[in-house]
Design a protein around this ligand. Structure first.
Ligand SMILES: Nc1ncnc2c1ncn2[C@@H]1O[C@H](COP(=O)(O)OP(=O)(O)OP(=O)(O)O)[C@@H](O)[C@H]1O
Ligand SMILES: [Mg+2]
Length: 265
């Protein structure tokens, strides 16, 4: 897709869940390459393995799940071989993630301003809250939160689900990571905010970030992404540049996703 070397390369990743004597092969041999200054979309229906793949990249899979095979190479080094301590140095600092479920990712007893502050502190230990607040307000406005001062002083449980999702996106935007994984960053948001958030992702890409954009919305892919992978039942069924795949979708499932009459999720 690109001649440069991938910043992040996932190789033959397999993540399985072992439940009640059954094995769910959530991710079953996925390989993707992610490049600096490009948006790589992962598209697939509900349950296809998108979130499990992104959590696996950061080695955040808990029991009954297990990464059973594969590599996650960041600049050629396999993160799956890193210790938990080493990984903590990577998460947020080199690879930031906007989680699909903000309620799980935001600590309910920590105010939004502290969440954002910690997101910055990961890469800038000397950062002072007072110097950052103006920037935080701007970022919250950019993701469609019209009362940034109130939001900064709020605890997550005082905000609606949609507001928490915007806060998560804002936290992704203030990190200075090399790779940003955005897992459905715009689902459940109104169209205007969706558009604003996609604009922000494009801006980060222009600044050289490598962005993984997880979505089930082909329209979003068409508007923003450079490269794309179609995932179904834990397997990549099609990949290429967005231009190539849209011009000539080879896989039946990709063509199904492209059918405007079907309701996908
Ligand atoms: N904790 C878990 N225990 C058992 N199975 C799980 C667990 N988490 C995920 N799975 C299974 O892994 C598969 C992939 O789930 P995943 O969350 O990655 O889907 P997704 O593509 O992100 O879907 P969505 O678009 O709905 O977010 C599903 O079959 C799901 O049931
Ligand atoms: Mg998901």
């Amino acid at each position: 897709m690109c001649n440069e070397e991938a910043v992040l390369a996932v190789k033959d990743l397999k993540t399985y869940f072992y439940c009640k004597g059954r094995v769910v092969k959530a991710v079953d041999g996925v390989s993707i390459d992610v490049y600096k200054g490009r948006i790589t979309a992962i598209i697939g229906g509900s349950g296809s393995g998108k979130s499990v793949m992104s959590l696996s990249i950061l080695n955040l899979i808990d029991k009954p799940g297990k990464i059973v095979d594969g590599q996650v190479l960041l600049h050629g080094k396999d993160l799956l071989k890193f210790s938990e301590k080493e990984l903590r140095g990577i998460r947020g600092r080199q690879i930031a993630m906007i989680f699909q479920e903000p309620s799980c990712a935001l600590n309910p007893v920590v105010k939004v301003k502290k969440h954002m502050y910690e997101a910055v502190r990961i890469h800038d230990k000397g950062a002072r809250m007072n110097n950052l607040l103006d920037g935080f307000r701007q970022t919250l406005l950019r993701v469609g939160l019209s009362e940034p001062d109130r939001v900064l002083e709020s605890y997550p449980f005082e905000l609606s689900g949609g507001m928490c999702q915007r806060v998560m996106v804002a936290m992704g935007l203030v990190t200075n990571a090399e790779v940003l994984i955005a897992d459905e960053p715009t689902s459940s948001l109104d169209l205007t905010t969706q558009a604003e958030i996609l604009e922000e992702l494009l801006r980060l890409k222009e600044e050289g970030m490598a962005v993984i954009l997880i979505t089930h919305d082909l329209g979003v892919v068409a508007q923003t992404a450079d490269d794309m992978y179609v995932i179904k039942d834990g397997k990549i069924v099609e990949s290429g540049t967005v231009r190539e795949v849209f011009a000539n979708p080879k896989n039946e499932y990709t063509r199904y996703l492209m059918d405007p009459i079907t309701i996908h999720n």
